[in-house]
Design a binder for this molecule. Structure first.
Ligand SMILES: [Zn+2]
Length: 435
């Protein structure tokens, strides 16, 4: 068994020990599908699925993953074991694979948002100072670009994450104490005693900060270890290669200051603009006549459709437009009942290039219209609010026909149009050309 994967969790998920949180999540989803007892005929299915869930539970939480990742870093408790000539591998950076005297287990976060969805992803592992700095900068940049756009968590998470990364991420005390104690012990077995003592002193610093009582055992181990190595001279402490401010701190800090300056600048500029607009023209200001504000052409509600045929008085197809793709079974109900204005609607087939209208109809305010017998394919609905003139389209949707034993199953889609673009589908403003 791989010492860095003592329970075989990574192997079970089929990912490397350095896999990102996202890779672990998608590997779990894939495996869960295969191993789900409903689909997996094996008599062992339930147990396999439980094992998988256990692996995911441990690896998807940044703190338990940190514990698991460092389980191998244990000083053997029996003195006999330390005399055995086992060639122990010192801890290396999980990123650049260099062996360093001061590795740390660090957890950074990055935040990505999309409207109401905000995800905070851990970026974690055993790092050397250099690799940790690039991870911090990278996570912070991603958060700056993608973190904000979610309400309300995007903003909250982004701010806390940016500051946490700025100050070097989180370094769990117990995990780091154990990691360093182990590293010290490996160097001691290589007879590098001065270095071993210096690293053990770092381990002691972490161990002293441990708050949970049941995790304090490592402090005793480290102290025992230090007294065993005691050479009556004082320990030459290592220069802390993790001290802040470091390069990453300055880079992240400058971005923070630049954004703050931009924000303050735009806030200071905004009132001046409104003052100018509301104040009367001062004597020194020459009224600018070269480009008078162009009035927006006023929308006048048309009485006829594009083809010159007057809109009908009831909700119906509009004469003069061909009714196409009628040899199908699917129906689309366009619901204008939430809306207090009439709409001019076109059902577009998207499988042709360019997309083309196949049904053209008129729906009165507060009414619905059912478009029937539509052939399978990809469609969207485009419409003009006849009161405001605004044009919009819905999300594309797919109409399907499936042959089953009981006959043909077909799609029935209801699209609700709201005056405020919303409804059960997102809507998008479109140009005249697209209508
Ligand atoms: Zn590294």
């Amino acid at each position: 068994m791989n010492r860095k994967d003592p329970a075989g969790y990574y192997a079970l998920l089929g990912v490397l020990e350095t896999a990102s949180a996202t890779e672990i999540k998608s590997a779990f989803r894939r495996k869960a599908k295969d191993l789900h007892p409903d689909r997996n005929p094996s008599p062992d299915a339930v147990r396999q699925f439980q094992y998988l869930s256990e692996a995911y539970e441990v690896l998807s939480n940044p703190d338990t993953r940190a514990q698991y990742d460092t389980l191998y870093a244990q000083i053997p408790e029996s003195k006999a074991a330390s005399h055995k000539q086992v060639a122990l591998e010192p801890i290396a950076c999980s990123c650049c694979k260099k062996v360093i005297a001061q590795p740390r287990y660090v957890i950074f976060f990055q935040v990505t948002s999309f409207i109401i969805l905000t995800i905070r992803t851990p970026i974690q592992g055993i790092f050397c100072p250099k690799c940790a700095e690039s991870k911090a900068i990278q996570s912070t940049m991603i958060t700056w670009f993608l973190g904000w756009w979610g309400l309300p968590w995007g903003l909250i998470y982004s701010v806390s994450t940016i500051f946490q990364n700025l100050f070097g991420g989180s370094k769990p005390d117990e995990v780091n104490a154990r990691l360093l104690a182990y590293q010290a012990w490996v160097f001691a077995t290589q007879n590098k005693l001065e270095l071993a003592r210096a690293i053990a002193a770092d381990a002691q610093d972490f161990a002293r900060k441990i708050k949970k009582k049941d995790e304090r055992e490592v402090l005793n181990l480290v102290e025992e270890f230090l007294s065993a190595l005691d050479t009556k001279t004082s320990i030459k402490r290592l220069k802390n290669s993790w001290s802040i401010p470091n390069r990453a701190f300055y880079i992240q800090g400058s971005i923070l200051i630049a954004v703050a300056a931009l924000f303050v600048g735009s806030a200071a500029y905004a009132p001046t603009e409104t003052n100018q607009a509301s104040s009367t023209v001062s004597p020194t200001q020459v009224p600018d006549t070269s480009s008078p504000p162009r009035p927006k052409p006023e929308y006048v509600r048309p009485t006829t459709a594009d083809n010159g045929v007057p809109f009908p008085s009831a909700s119906s197809y509009i004469d003069g437009y061909p009714i196409q793709r009628t040899d199908g079974y699917s129906n689309v109900i366009v619901d204008n009942s939430q809306n207090d204005s009439d709409v001019f609607v076109k059902l577009f087939i998207l499988d042709t290039n360019p997309p083309a209208p196949v049904r053209v109809f008129f729906i009165r305010a507060r009414e619905k219209f059912k478009v029937e017998n539509i052939k399978a394919g990809n469609y969207d609905v485009r419409y003009r609010d006849l009161d405001s003139g605004a044009l919009a389209r819905t999300d594309p949707f797919n109409l399907r026909e499936v042959q089953t034993l009981r006959g043909i199953k077909f799609s029935e889609v209801t699209l609700t149009l709201y005056k405020v673009y919303g409804g059960n589908m997102r809507t998008y403003p479109i140009s005249e050309n697209e209508f």
